[in-house]
Write a protein that binds this ligand. Structure first.
Ligand SMILES: Nc1ncnc2c1ncn2[C@@H]1O[C@H](COP(=O)(O)OP(=O)(O)OP(=O)(O)O)[C@@H](O)[C@H]1O
Length: 214
């Protein structure tokens, strides 16, 4: 029997005001690790925000066959996590406030997240307000938050930027391990992803508002 797609897009359209940015008639992805490519302004971040259910769009996305962005919006958002390219959080919150919020809404194994936080060194500054964080510290926090819950899909927007080489190795290790356990990854990066660290299932390219899979 053919493997069911983890994520399926049907007639997805996204405009900003009157300007169309995405027009994807149909796209189905099996479990795996995908590199989402496209030139500046092609629509990669918009596509991730649409997939994560963070901005309104026309059409429908289904996760694991039966969880619909239209019919099951809460369940849908619990199954897909997104780490922004340039994370921005309210300045007065601490990393721990955000972590508790995510663990409370997304659920998942607290010990596992504590372990990732310690590996990344987030535990050192997690109790400080995010206004005191460097761009790399913000990035580490946002990557950590993307691993809360039990996501079917994790979207990483430019994860390679601003993190140090030690954190980069941890990030690649997390992608490998979680992928082996069934989580699908979509990763944008203007730099190539290291083929010695991860084996890509496919490359997605946004051109002319649509996505093609190679
Ligand atoms: N909030 C917004 N309002 C209006 N237009 C927007 C908004 N966000 C993005 N756009 C436009 O949508 C298009 C796609 O932007 P998007 O950020 O998705 O591209 P991208 O592929 O992620 O680019 P980059 O590689 O530069 O990060 C661009 O033309 C951009 O100007």
């Amino acid at each position: 029997m053919p493997e069911e797609p983890v994520i399926a897009l049907h007639a997805v359209k996204k405009n900003y005001q009157d300007a169309p940015v995405l027009d994807i008639p149909h796209l189905e992805l099996r479990a795996g690790i995908y590199w989402l490519q496209g030139e500046n302004g092609a629509g990669k971040t918009t596509c991730m925000k649409v997939m994560a259910g963070l901005i309104p769009f026309k059409g429908e996305i289904r996760l694991r066959g039966d969880v619909s962005s239209k019919d099951h919006p809460v369940q849908f958002r619990r199954l897909i996590n997104y780490a922004e390219a340039e994370p921005f959080y309210p300045a007065f919150l601490t990393g721990r406030d955000l972590l508790e919020l995510y663990l409370g809404t997304k659920g998942g194994d607290r010990r596992l997240i504590t372990d990732i936080a310690e590996r990344m060194g987030v535990h050192i500054f997690v109790n400080n307000p995010v206004s005191t964080y460097s761009s790399g510290m913000l990035k580490k926090l946002s990557l950590l938050l993307a691993f809360t819950g039990q996501p079917a899909v994790i979207l990483l927007d430019e994860p390679l930027i601003t993190i140090d080489t030690r954190t980069l190795a941890i990030m690649y290790d997390l992608v490998r391990t979680w992928s082996a356990n069934g989580t699908t990854f979509l990763i944008t990066s203007h730099q190539p992803l290291d083929p010695e660290e991860i084996t890509l299932t496919g490359t997605l390219r946004i051109t002319d508002k649509n996505i093609t899979l190679n």
